[in-house]
Design a protein around this ligand. Structure first.
Ligand code: SF4
Length: 427
């Protein structure tokens, strides 16, 4: 296997052998180890000395259930510490299939006013991965739901990682987006402002095409199959993870009512753990709302290849067309209960906008709640909350303050109740 090291100052790359100390690491363990070993602790997160690291998990690319995950790490613009955020996407197994254990993005263009696209594919003649760089001039400033189809039209059946307008603006609330199985920009390594780090490298997209790649090597196939079978059977029979079980029916938002009853649902800028509107926005309400609008029951789907839990949900508009995916627990409490909003259409619109602009839904929700506490909107006012998300996406002066994250916004707006730890909002 290799480590792929990309130098964004001159758009060159090299494949390196995996050091002995990294051989048994993958995912979060590997991204954090590389950041610890290679990133100077005192460097600026958006400067040339920070590094952005992507690593599939140790079984990503195999038939292990729910294993198509990608971990992203760097020094975080929000916390100033080692950050890890991860997502499920076909991007992860495509990278793993090329025998790449990690991708390290380092340095940045001399003039940080231009964006590039890196096309990573398997070079059959050379028997190894290859990267080609091209200017990404036509993509910045556009919403991701319109840009992703352009990238698919250009490269065909590929997987995409990238940043939206928020990452281009180097907002501390920006995430790194990956496509879901429908090709939508809906799967996020959202936390910690890693989109800003990618933006600081002048990198807009990493397009991965694993066609022809050899695939992941398994040391002991029989033993692996034994473990996979055991895990699959456990997942298929447990009430939470089985088909038509809690997650497949209600998504992760099944937690809304549970957390509300436990008194732990963040409400009105963390001023309460109980929200009267919780039943209106819980996973059960999403399921029933979809049933009413579609005229049939809708169970959830996989966000990435090979997932048998299939917790990824979709919210539909009144006319039965898709509004957005995915309406996760974290997005619902942050943009819903924590802003006092009990309208699923308003919450879904804010999630869609966050996907479109490249924003972390958690940081966005906690920041809007702080803005509400400062009087910029009333708690429960979904329409004005939507306007605040647009302010971020449009890069207005207020939007740039809100895009800087909850802690910065609280300081600027003079709000004392600021639910952050080390600069990042509490999940
Ligand atoms: S659909 Fe849900 S359970 Fe499956 S990989 Fe995606 S996030 Fe995990």
């Amino acid at each position: 296997m290799w480590i792929l090291r990309i130098n964004m100052s001159d758009r060159t790359y090299r494949l390196e052998d995996v050091p002995a100390g990294y051989q048994k690491l993958g995912g979060r363990g590997l991204t954090s180890a590389i950041v610890q070993d290679e990133v100077p602790p005192m460097c600026h997160p958006l400067g040339p000395n920070n590094k952005l690291v992507f690593a599939p998990g140790i079984v990503t690319g195999t038939k292990a259930p729910a294993s198509a995950r990608i971990s992203v790490g760097a020094k975080s613009p929000l916390t100033g510490t080692i950050k890890e955020s991860n997502a499920g996407s076909g991007w992860a197994p495509a990278v793993a299939s090329m025998l790449i254990k990690a991708i390290i993005i380092e340095n940045q263009p001399d003039k940080n006013d231009k964006f590039w696209l890196a096309h990573l594919y398997w070079d059959e003649a050379g028997g190894k991965p290859k990267v080609e760089f091209s200017p990404a001039d036509k993509y910045p400033g556009k919403e991701l739901y319109s840009v992703f189809p352009e990238v698919f039209d250009r490269f065909g059946k590929v997987n995409i990682a990238g940043i939206g307008i928020a990452g281009e603006c180097k907002y501390s609330n920006s995430g790194i987006v990956f496509n879901d199985l429908a090709g939508h920009p809906s799967r996020y390594a959202g936390r910690g402002g890693l989109g800003a780090v990618m933006g600081s490298k002048g990198l807009k997209f990493i397009v991965v095409d694993g066609k022809g790649a050899p695939g992941v090597e398994i040391a002991d196939q029989a033993l692996f199959d034994q473990g996979r079978k055991k895990l699959s059977e456990a997942l298929r029979s447990h009430d939470i993870t089985k088909p038509k079980g809690a997650l497949n029916t209600y998504g992760t938002a099944v937690l809304i009512n549970i957390m509300n009853e436990a008194g732990g649902l963040p409400t009105n800028n963390f001023s309460s753990g109980r929200f009267d509107g919780a039943p209106d926005i819980a996973g059960e309400a999403i399921f029933e709302g979809n049933k009413e609008r579609l005229g049939k029951e809708l169970y959830n789907h996989a966000c990435s290849p090979g997932c048998i839990i299939q917790c990824s949900n979709t919210w539909h508009k009144k006319d039965g067309t898709e509004h957005t995916s995915c309406v996760e627990y974290e997005s619902v409490w942050a943009l819903g209960a924590n802003c006092g909003i009990n309208d699923l259409d308003d919450i879904a619109e804010m999630i869609r906008l966050c996907n479109d602009y490249g924003i972390d839904t958690i940081e966005a929700g906690t920041t809007i709640a702080v803005a509400m506490e400062a009087g910029l909107a009333e708690f429960g006012d979904g329409k004005n909350a939507i306007k605040l998300v647009h302010e971020i996406g449009n890069g207005t002066p207020l939007g740039r303050i809100l895009g800087s994250g909850t802690e910065s916004a609280a300081k600027v707006l003079g709000v004392v109740r600021c639910p952050t730890v080390k600069g990042q909002s509490i999940p």
